[in-house]
Design a protein around this ligand. Structure first.
Ligand code: NDP
Length: 229
């Protein structure tokens, strides 16, 4: 039985991924900060015995490590670091706030690596894949509009982390990729996004289903197109 671990599974792209993997017959460990308020996720439990929901703030690194220990001995086929945070909009040069920036970096850059570290034994057992949901906004090559200092820097750093993971963990049979989910209609993407969460999630699922060892350490969008760093 394949098992996927997903962070930020209560809404947006994370919720859509949870639904899709359940539909595909996978066991899903779905994490979110406030399960008590995660009605859309909890609603799925009755029809899906393969779904388990855990409380997890990904920046609570002690809790991340604890959950890794609690779920020891369970091979992970796929770990999706989906939880993300944009931070304040329209921060101009001269107006950066270190605390706000730090928060974005914590969630988008540091937490994904801490989650991987906590679940490394399970990833090794499952010869799993790490899918870090990043953004085209983390691509230096694609940056033609400037701005978004916190988010761009956090995702560019997340990309660098993923590249190193791909290199370091290849020996264990673990793949690591960066995925841009598209511009998606979610709380973060807003109402004018180009695609819905189902389209994004099913594209991501297809990219991951077809992923080869040679593609580990690369940056793809949800349609499988490679993105320049
Ligand atoms: P949403 O804003 O809809 O959802 C963000 C998710 O991340 C929520 O589940 C939220 O939980 C969770 N989250 C935030 N902080 C934490 C934390 N500290 N611990 C645990 N969970 C946390 O975003 P999307 O679904 O749109 O985004 C998903 C991913 O896709 C993100 O990584 C984002 O950067 C990326 N992305 C999205 C794009 C888009 O157009 N939507 C474009 C490019 C990339 P809670 O409900 O508790 O806040």
């Amino acid at each position: 039985m394949s098992q996927v671990f997903i962070t930020g599974a209560n809404r947006g792209i994370g919720l859509a991924l949870t639904k899709l993997y359940l539909k595909a017959g996978w066991d899903v460990v779905a994490c979110c900060r406030n399960p008590d308020q995660a009605d859309d996720l909890l609603y799925l439990i009755s029809d899906n015995p393969g779904l388990e929901v855990y409380q997890l703030d990904v920046t609570d690194y002690d809790a991340v490590a604890e959950l890794g220990k609690e779920l020891a001995d369970r091979p992970i086929s796929l770990l999706i670091n989906n939880a993300g945070y944009y931070g304040p909009y329209n921060v101009a040069v001269g107006g950066s706030d270190v605390e706000e920036w730090r928060k974005v970096i914590e969630i988008n850059t540091i937490a994904p690596l801490k989650v991987v570290e906590a679940f490394l034994p399970q990833l090794k057992m499952g010869q799993g894949t790490i899918a870090n949901i990043s953004s085209k906004m983390g691509s230096l090559d694609d940056n033609s509009s400037g701005g978004a200092y916190y988010y761009r820097s956090s995702k560019a750093a997340q990309n660098a982390v993923t590249k190193s993971l791909a290199i370091d963990l290849a020996v264990d049979g673990i793949k690591a990729v960066v995925i841009h989910p598209g511009w998606v209609r979610t709380d973060m993407g807003g109402p004018h996004g180009l695609i819905d969460t189902e389209t994004s999630a099913s594209g991501i699922q297809q990219v991951l289903n077809n992923l080869t060892a040679a593609q580990s350490g690369h940056f793809f969008d949800y349609r499988g197109n490679e993105i320049a760093w």
